[in-house]
Design a protein around this ligand. Structure first.
Ligand code: SF4
Length: 77
């Protein structure tokens, strides 16, 4: 099964990844809002979705949470 990335992983920390978008620091990321989630991000590989996690291109295909977020978020086209 697809493993979800650890938010304490070095790359996750560098991109401020969280499993829960509502926990993002609004001061550090003023453009963030709670409608932004991995599940509506360009890099979320929904074709391979496995429940509440799916591979993220930015994280080299490792799993991220549907309700997660990171600073590389881009709205799905
Ligand atoms: Fe989630 Fe997108 Fe960041 Fe990947 S790039 S962790 S899908 S917000």
């Amino acid at each position: 099964a697809l493993q979800k990335i650890d938010p304490k992983d070095a790359q996750a920390v560098s991109l401020a990844y969280t499993d829960e978008t509502t926990t993002v620091d609004k001061k550090k990321f003023p453009k963030h809002d709670n409608t932004q989630t991995c599940s509506n991000c360009q890099f979320y590989q929904t074709a391979q979705e496995a429940g509440t996690i799916a591979p993220c291109t930015i994280f080299g295909g490792k799993g991220v949470a549907a309700k997660g977020w990171c600073s590389a978020w881009v709205k799905k086209a």
